[in-house]
Design a protein around this ligand. Sequence first.
Ligand code: PEP
Ligand code: MN
Length: 355
Amino acid sequence: MMEELLALRADLDGVNLRLLELLAERGRLVQQVAEVKSRLGLPLYDPRREEEELARLVQVNPGPYPAEAIRAIWGEVLRASRHLLEEESPPLLVRRRPGVPDTVIRVGGVAIGGKEPVVIAGPCAVEGREQIAEVAAGLSRLGVRLLRGSAFKPRTSPYNFQGLGEEGLVWLAEAARRHGMAVVTEVIDPRDVEMVGRYADILQVGSRNMHNFALLRAVGAAGRPVLLKRGFMATVEELLYAAEYVLAGGNGQVVLCERGIRTFERWTRNTLDISAVALLKQESPLPVIVDISHAAGRKDIALPLARAALAAGADGLMVEVHPWPSLARSDAAQQLDLEEFARLLESLEYSPALP
Ligand code: PEP
Ligand code: MN
């Protein structure tokens, strides 16, 4: 009995090898067919021919496998043959590759992605000359070198405050320059990239624009560092592909920003995705920062969120700070005042990395 089993198994092993050889022969033929087709200028993929091949095999199928099994097996064979003809796509620039060091972006006297975590702080929006001057002075006293503030606001409602436009950028740049700070500000329209780039040291692409491929291409050509925020409904992979648009455009200076994603939770505005921070650091050489303000939409948990972000490996934090948060024209509930922000930095034992 045992001998019979062993003999049958040996036969099976022999058939497997013959099948493998036949598959290899089929693969080589497919490659030759592709060469001829290329010479004749014919399309490589011919679904009708594949359909006919399959139909014929099902028709002459002697059993014992049912027709569905034959279809499934040859479906895989045909798929593998198509893969054989596809050109291998190049490895993504945004992914870690052997020998490629972590990206460090030097701006405003700090190194984003360097040894020390950086802090980007400032109001949600530039609301006036006095407001931005006041907050810039306070932040600079606390050692912050990167000043944020939007002059173009992508608001959910078209009737809400949309930002002050170029005039806001003038005041923002003026306040930053007075204290030797660098400007981080959002651009929402590809046509404005050049103009915003005249005032900004870092161009921010906001969450609602992460999938705006025209804007990604435009900032890819802008020759300025880009802070790319994760779409609030985007996966980690989609964020990396969005960054790839900028890198493929020739601009490797990209900072990724986790800013919370939409979930069923209502006690926070978004849910801070800490695993995204760890994954992005693991998969990409680009610096990663965490916006603890938009992630939570509230300020009472700013400190634990900041700690969690840094513990997960973030290269820095973005925090909304307003000189008078209760008067803010947008995101009033989440903006810290200068005192609260000073206490946050103290609790984090943040000592500014001086140039
Ligand atoms: C912002 O940082 O100003 C902002 C609008 O955030 P987000 O794009 O993440 O919503
Ligand atoms: Mn905001």
